[in-house]
Design a protein around this ligand. Structure first.
Ligand code: XLS
Ligand code: NI
Ligand code: NI
Length: 435
């Protein structure tokens, strides 16, 4: 069965096209900075938002009618959903997808039944992948929807819940390996606390480190060679999430000896929830050598929750792409559209329009960022601010060969420093003028 019979494959038609079902900037074969756009982005569809989320919110049910969700048998629906997902990605030329175990296959009444359901769908997905050439960017486990996880999964105060989480992650890693996924993601759904005074935070964080080591070791044992990714988020659904932001997660990974196997999956909306810009989180992850992937979306700046809009903010995309280009790209990672349609976007074609908008926004961001990186003005301004560190004494300081007494002596010798402008407004206008 075809689920989107009225929609032709989406093609690149250039910026002047008036066809709203075409790409204006995303030209998958266009080479920029030595790679095609397809290789730069490795765009992925998020199974949960695009195929499972009919638009329900705390105030009302879903508004979209999914023709792949009409059976009373959840396994039949899961199979139809898989067909719809691959038809959608094929028509969009989206080369990757990401999923939670429960997006792809329904949870059963026991661990065994859930594993069997997932295995059935993974076998079908493997065939779809072979037929279409579409690949798995990453898999993950939903450790937050089932009521048993209301107090967390790996950090739950009840050990029997931790065991359930372990069983689920084991099966989700197996599914990811079977499907040839490039990464495996941990977003700490409810790993955090809602009330500080009924929570032993030190114990819970120890448990989280222990759990991640077990998951890592199991994946490596069954042949997973990709990256494990942690996706920072500061709050929601818990009041406080342990994986607060990039810096917090980087410190945690080092403390637990996980820094060689784990990288970060940075999501724009999570960055702004943490009081940072998207570019800030990307930069801190890249500085640590840990930029492993991106969840591409956009958060409404006027409110304080995870609105997961499709990324249409060009300026944010330019800033992001400057960091991505400067750090040499995402390697095995990609850009996953962890974004949902607005509740009142109810036409089936809206799913296409939203992904086109997101892909065009990042494609344009890449073109402009590449121009800025090449003309080097912005980068030179930054680098030139540190020219004084080319002096011999400063080089000794960087190597750890000076004492604080030496700094004292140099301060006396050098006298009062001249003020150096940071030139922020100039750089902001260089970026604007490149658009
Ligand atoms: C939720 C997260 C989630 C992860 C995958 O806020 O962004 O969608 O990306 O579990
Ligand atoms: Ni996400
Ligand atoms: Ni999110």
């Amino acid at each position: 069965m075809e689920f989107f019979p009225d929609i032709e494959p989406i093609r690149y038609e250039g910026p002047d096209s008036d066809n709203h079902l075409s790409f204006r900037y995303y030209d998958e074969n266009l080479v920029i900075a030595d790679k095609t756009m397809k290789e730069h982005f490795r765009f992925a569809m998020a199974y949960w938002h695009s195929m499972c989320n009919a638009g329900g919110d705390p105030f009302g049910p879903g508004t979209r009618i999914f023709p792949w969700a009409v059976s009373s048998d959840p396994m039949e629906n899961a199979k139809a959903r898989l067909d719809a997902a691959f038809e959608f990605m094929t028509k969009m030329s989206i080369p990757f997808y990401c999923f939670h175990d429960r997006d792809m296959a329904p949870e059963g009444n026991s661990v065994k039944e859930s594993e069997k359901n997932l295995k059935t769908l993974v076998d079908l997905a493997l065939r779809k992948q072979a037929d279409t050439g579409i690949k798995l960017l990453w898999g993950t486990a939903n450790l937050f929807s089932n009521p048993r996880y209301m107090n967390g999964a790996a950090t739950n105060p009840d050990f029997s819940v931790v065991c359930q989480a372990g069983a689920q992650v084991k099966a989700a890693i197996e599914a990811t390996v079977a499907l040839g996924g490039d990464s495996y993601v941990f977003w700490g759904g409810r790993e955090g606390y809602s009330y500080l005074f009924n929570t032993n935070t030190a114990k819970e964080l120890e448990h989280m480190g222990r759990f991640l080591k077990m998951a890592r070791d199991y994946g490596r044992k069954i042949g997973f060679t990709g990256n494990y990714l942690i996706e920072p988020k500061p709050m929601e659904p818990s009041l406080h999430q342990y994986d607060f932001d990039a810096s917090t997660v980087i410190g945690f990974l080092h403390k637990h000896g996980l820094e060689k196997d784990f990288k970060l999956n940075i999501e724009s909306n999570h960055a702004t929830l943490a009081g940072h810009s998207f570019a800030h989180e990307l930069r801190f992850a890249a500085d640590a050598g840990m930029l492993g992937g991106i969840d591409a979306n956009y958060g409404e700046p006027m409110n304080g929750w995870d609105t997961d809009n499709f990324p249409t903010n060009l300026y944010e995309a330019i800033e992001a792409m400057i960091v991505v280009l400067e750090s040499g790209g995402l390697g095995k990672g990609g850009f996953n559209f962890d974004a949902k349609l607005r509740r009142n976007s109810t036409d089936l074609e809206d799913l296409f329009i939203a992904h086109i908008a997101g892909m065009d926004t990042f494609a344009r961001g890449l073109i402009i960022a590449d121009k800025l990186v090449n003309e080097k003005r912005v980068i030179d301004f930054r680098d030139n601010r540190y020219l004084s560190f080319h002096e011999p004494d400063a080089m000794k300081f960087e190597k750890g060969e000076l004492t604080i007494e030496d700094l004292h002596a140099l301060a006396l010798e050098k006298g009062e420093p001249e003020l150096q402008s940071g030139k922020q407004e100039l750089i902001e206008s260089i970026i604007n003028n490149a658009i």
